[in-house]
Design a protein around this ligand. Structure first.
Ligand code: PLP
Length: 365
């Protein structure tokens, strides 16, 4: 593939991210029927590439949904009885609301925002909950987009397995997948979900989850799985490289082109680029008098949470950046005005970051 020059990055927000022109254009191809060999070949190709990016030999379901839909799918398929939701930010909280909304016995465990969920905290909460009976699953967000913190989900899975082997480990990697290596099989994650609009740099509307054999076996005994997100039904169709319902064909075409771009760059190079841009962003922030909000040692490779230590007007900064065709994110919820989030995920490169930093310095001056 010959890549066309990438237009400069416009969005430095944690999703949606900028999408390459080739990927946008892929969506303009004519429709084809989804019960055709042509579609099944396209689907099978994406499936294989996604399995490789999730580092899994099991399966990846591809759905027309945003990430939240797969938080719901995870609960509906994996949890018959009780689930523990670890909450260290807005998206951990959402998964708890989803769990309760699905009518499950959902046990929230609140962790201080801007810190990671630690294996010791998971062990303590799990041991406590087990006193009252089995725990079907735990949920944890790998990269809390609201705080810019990454939790050690591999160590967490190992801890859970040691204490309660039948408890499934469900992981949200919406804002980290493809920006950092998540070896799903090696880490023993039973489910790892993500969405198209973040580090994958595909337009919003697709969501993906790697699912273990253990989880699929569990689903057989869970009632109320619904239909659209029923993994057993999705599995049946996946065997034929297709989906039960009409797939988002144009988005899958876009996905296919973007996956080729990702493999052309090379996943390891992509992970290294995200790490390098994260380190540069942290350095820029501290060099310019801003503290970092996220706990040291757990800072995200895809989004940096910067304290508003200089008490600047973040809305005015964003307006200034907007005139130069760029935008960053304000702090989330209660952090609005108190912090800002600079995302460095997707197709963003070193020059893009330097252009952003130069503009921010011009504003500060
Ligand atoms: N989980 C995380 C970590 C997120 O960052 C987001 C969205 O930003 C979601 C879940 C929800 O995803 P969606 O907006 O695609 O439903």
């Amino acid at each position: 593939m010959t890549l066309r020059p990438k237009p400069p990055q416009h969005l430095f927000i944690p999703g949606p991210t900028d999408v390459r022109p080739e990927v946008l254009e892929a969506q303009t191809a004519p429709m084809i029927g989804h019960r055709t060999a042509e579609f099944e070949a396209l689907f099978a190709k994406c499936e294989e590439q996604l399995q490789s990016l999730f580092f899994t030999d099991s399966r990846v379901y591809i759905l027309a949904s945003s990430g939240s839909g797969l938080q719901e799918a995870a609960i509906r398929n994996a949890v018959g009885g009780r689930v523990i939701n670890f909450i260290a930010g807005a998206f951990g909280k959402r998964w708890h609301q989803v769990s309760a909304g699905c009518g499950k016995e959902a046990i929230p465990v609140n962790i201080e925002w801007n810190t990671a969920v630690k294996p010791e905290q998971v062990a303590a909460a799990l041991e406590e909950a087990l006193k009252d009976g089995p725990v079907d699953a735990i949920t944890v967000v790998h990269n809390e987009t609201s705080t810019g913190v990454t939790s050690p989900v591999g160590e967490i899975a190992e801890t859970v397995r040691a204490i309660s082997p039948e408890t499934l480990v469900l992981v949200d990697a919406v804002s980290s997948f493809s920006g950092v290596k998540i070896p799903v099989d090696e880490w023993g994650l039973d489910l790892c979900l993500t969405a198209s609009q973040k580090a994958l740099a595909v337009p919003p509307g697709l969501a993906f989850c790697a699912v273990s054999d253990r989880l699929l076996a569990r689903a057989e005994s869970v009632e109320g799985r619904g239909w659209y997100f029923d993994f057993l039904n999705l599995e049946k169709y996946l065997q034929r490289s297709t989906t039960p319902a009409t797939p988002a064909l144009s988005l899958i075409r876009a996905l296919s082109v973007q996956l080729d771009i990702i493999f052309e760059e090379g996943p390891e190079n992509r992970f290294a680029r995200h790490q390098r841009l994260a380190e540069r962003t942290r350095q820029w922030a501290t060099d310019n008098g801003f503290a970092l909000m996220a706990e040291e040692g757990y800072r995200s490779p895809t989004v940096t949470h910067v304290a508003n230590s200089r008490n600047i007007d973040i809305l005015a900064l964003n307006a200034f950046l907007g005139e130069r065709g760029m935008t960053i994110s304000n702090g989330y919820g209660e952090f609005k005005g108190k912090s800002m989030r600079i995302a460095h995920m997707g197709e963003v490169n070193d020059e893009d970051m330097e252009r952003l930093f130069a503009a921010m310095e011009a504003y500060l001056a």
